[in-house]
Write a protein that binds this ligand. Structure first.
Ligand SMILES: Cc1ncc(COP(=O)(O)O)c(C=O)c1O
Length: 309
């Protein structure tokens, strides 16, 4: 059991003083972060009414740009949010923002689109009369090395992943309250991140990443219901299939998670982050050969896809 109680998150990055002066894209303008502002009447600020994507820049290219755009446009269509830009125009905006900051690598982007500025401070989407609002923040970002060596401590929490007819977990919406409540519960339990169950009690996902376990040479993830359709999750599944690693998307319980040989999280920011413990029970012996293998396969994939023309 880990005795180190210092707080960490899966999005811990090395300190980079350059982020103090980055330039941010706001509706076509690229301005110093101190001048990057949206209205208090903005639908995103007021109601969490918006969609976002997290992307990473490697070798001057946005990794898996098409996959991120598929999810983004699908999410926006689902909530009748008119993007107002084509995929190519978004790519141009992302590239202009990175160029304005002199970034080609080790950079992480949060691209956010809201329904725009409301006429009145009420919920009805029809009150969002001028929009949308597009903001692109790109930060210098190198995941902290300590995450790889120490691993993340998870705690299972009472907050569950809901059914798709309440708020579909596939919507990467500005409103993340379900996940934030879960994260607060995990923090109160002394952990770094929350392991969330589905409404039937099967292990599903964490509050900010997708979740995998390794058991007896097989890699397991949830069925994919109730969790974010993570781009990194799908890449890991595809890499396993392409490299002869047994991969199963299935229901399983905490029984199998506690007894796993390895566990890891996936997300655009940290790629694959090892899990040290769940509910203070150590996972495996800390060697993590499968996690290391998958990390290397993923790194190679990024290299291949971002270095090609
Ligand atoms: C709740 C949640 N799970 C998982 C992920 C990881 O998705 P991806 O691999 O596309 O970054 C995200 C990222 O947006 C997320 O918000």
């Amino acid at each position: 059991m880990s005795t180190d109680k210092s707080t960490q998150t899966t999005h811990d990055a090395e300190e980079d003083a350059r982020n103090r002066d980055i330039k941010i894209y706001v509706n076509g303008d690229i301005v110093h972060r101190d001048d990057a502002k949206v209205s208090v009447y903005d639908s995103g600020f007021m109601l969490g009414d918006g969609m976002w994507e997290g992307l990473r820049l490697y070798n001057g290219k946005w990794a898996f740009f098409d996959e991120h755009m598929d999810r983004f446009f699908n999410s926006c269509k689902t909530v009748s949010l008119d993007v107002g830009m084509t995929k190519d125009e978004i790519l141009d905006a992302l590239n202009r923002t990175a160029a304005a900051n002199g970034m080609t690598d080790n950079a992480h982007c949060r691209m956010m689109l809201t329904r725009g500025i409301k006429d009145k401070p009420f919920q009805h989407p029809g009150l969002s009369r001028s929009g949308p609002t597009m903001v692109i923040i790109v930060e210098h970002s190198k995941p902290a090395d300590s995450l790889m060596s120490k691993g993340i401590r998870l705690a299972t929490v009472p907050q569950v992943r809901g059914l798709p007819m309440s708020q579909d977990a596939k919507l990467n919406s500005h409103s993340k309250l379900n996940c934030i409540i879960a994260c607060l519960q995990a923090e109160a339990a002394g952990a770094d991140e929350a392991l969330m169950l589905d409404p039937h009690g099967f292990v599903n996902t964490t509050n900010a990443c997708n979740f995998f376990i390794v058991r007896r040479g097989e890699v397991w993830s949830s069925t994919g219901d109730y969790c974010m359709n993570g781009v990194t999750r799908q890449k890991v599944i595809d890499l396993c299939r392409d490299n002869g690693i047994p991969i199963r998307e299935k229901n399983y319980s905490l029984y199998e998670a506690y007894g796993a040989d390895e566990a890891f999280l996936t997300g655009t920011f940290g790629a694959q982050t090892p899990v040290a413990s769940i509910d203070e029970k150590s996972i495996g012996d800390g060697e993590r050969p499968m996690t290391k293998r998958i990390r290397q396969l993923y790194k190679d994939l990024i290299d291949r896809t971002t270095r090609s023309a």
